[in-house]
Write a protein that binds this ligand. Structure first.
Ligand SMILES: Cc1cc2nc3c(=O)[nH]c(=O)nc-3n(C[C@H](O)[C@H](O)[C@H](O)COP(=O)(O)OP(=O)(O)OC[C@H]3O[C@@H](n4cnc5c(N)ncnc54)[C@H](O)[C@@H]3O)c2cc1C
Length: 386
């Protein structure tokens, strides 16, 4: 099936070739057992795809977000999932942009080679919800150490990560000059921390996403775990969040393309009333509409990635492409399920699994309402609603 946005065809072909070794049965088995796709993550790491955004001088391939988006889209278009490992691509940006030279030399080459896994990103907390300024996890300086107390929720991949990028309050919201100030980011060595003030508990969820709850109880980490300047952590993660939204959008586009192909192929093959169901316009039109919607969203994702790579302001575009791509894939998922009739519910077709997985994009990493309020306030200059 052709696409109007075939960026980076060589990269896409190599990713697709790697993904052919991880067919539906592989993902079904992981989903059934709630297991981490270690073999898939290892294959992506060894092929260098997860290090694509790390500059060459630190052992990566020094490519841009446009190439990274092509990788993630192709993974999802092939029926695989990047959810187990995508965070490394965008979390690493905080270290790259705001870490000092010594830290970059210490960590980035090992992250690029896969010797160190930087997959965990601890922002969300149970009580603060999307209002990040109200996080309660604190980091208090004590001599040559920081002492961390608090709790995170939905910290994905924590059990499969050596390092975690953690956002914590170093000045209370009340004492900070502005609500977004007074938060700092830390690179936590999880292997040292486990059992010494850090506890991880698996969180059972609708999707196989290796997600957890994390508890900090007087966890002591070295003073130099702080990245950048104390109190500016929220601003540091914003750039990473834009990259995350664009990459997640690319995954959503990949999923949408998978659903559309799957629906199209089934509609052409399946014969009912002595003709292919796809001969009926009632079956064709929803698939055709999803195709058009996906192509439009894909153009916006591509534009957002190019804008990010050009170093231009990308906040509105990153949010809008996430909104459009998450809705395009949801419509494609629903259409694909409907096209398959009862077989859409049978595990062996993979549709029901991908249907559950792709629903996440409307909630995480940012929910649709929050994107709409961003557009209303920051783009349309309407009154702030909260
Ligand atoms: C599988 C999974 C993996 C995740 N992985 C991570 C991770 O690795 N690291 C991490 O830090 N977080 C992670 N998250 C958390 C995710 O980013 C949050 O769930 C998401 O941002 C929504 O926040 P919340 O759940 O606190 O919802 P809430 O903020 O409680 O919002 C609940 C609902 O109310 C709506 N709402 C809230 N306020 C307003 C308002 N003012 N106006 C209109 N509507 C509003 C929201 O849109 C939403 O629909 C993950 C979540 C899931 C489900």
């Amino acid at each position: 099936m052709t696409s109007t946005t075939p960026t980076h065809p060589e990269i896409r072909e190599s990713v697709a070739a790697l993904c052919r070794d991880f067919p539906g049965e592989y993902w079904r088995e992981k989903d059934r057992n709630d297991a981490y796709p270690t073999e898939f993550v290892t294959a992506l790491t060894e092929a260098g795809f997860l290090a694509c955004l790390i500059p060459e001088e630190y052992g990566g391939s020094g490519l841009g977000l446009s190439e990274a988006a092509a990788i993630m889209e192709e993974i999802h278009k092939s029926g695989c999932s990047g959810g187990a490992c995508h965070a490394q691509m965008y979390i690493m940006g905080a270290l790259l942009r705001h870490g000092d030279e010594e830290k970059k030399r210490r960590y980035l080459p090992e992250i690029a080679s896969g010797a160190l896994r930087l997959q965990a990103f601890g922002v969300t907390e149970p009580t603060s919800g999307t209002d990040t300024t109200r996080i309660r996890t604190t980091a208090r300086r004590d001599g040559n150490e920081w002492v961390i107390n608090g709790q995170k929720v939905w910290t994905s991949r924590a059990e499969h990560s050596d390092l975690m990028l953690l956002l914590a309050r170093t000045t209370s919201r009340e004492e900070a000059a502005k609500p977004h100030q007074g938060m700092s980011i830390f690179l936590v060595d999880m292997q040292k921390a486990k059992g010494n003030g850090l506890t991880i508990q698996k969180l059972e969820a609708m999707v196989n996403h290796a997600t957890t709850e994390i508890f900090f109880d007087d966890l002591r980490i070295p003073a130099d775990a702080l990245i950048g300047e104390e109190g500016r952590g929220f601003y540091y993660i914003l750039d990473g969040m834009n990259a995350e939204r664009i990459l997640i959008s690319a995954e959503a586009i990949g999923d949408a393309r998978w659903f559309i192909k799957k629906a199209r192929d089934y509609a052409v093959d399946r014969r009912v009333f002595d003709r292919p169901i796809g001969q009926n316009q009632g079956v064709q039109f929803p698939i055709a509409r999803c195709y058009a919607e996906t192509e439009a969203a894909a153009l916006m994702v591509q534009k957002a990635a190019e804008t990010f790579d050009a170093g231009e302001e990308v906040g509105a575009m990153a949010n809008m492409c996430k909104l459009l791509a998450s809705e395009a894939t949801w419509h494609a998922a629903d259409t694909c399920l409907q096209t398959h009739g009862g077989f859409g519910f049978a595990r062996e077709y993979d549709v029901e699994r991908k249907f559950r997985e792709t629903r996440l994009f409307q909630t995480a990493p940012i929910s649709t309402n929050l994107i709409l309020s961003y557009i209303a306030e920051h783009v349309l200059e309407m009154p702030r609603s909260f």
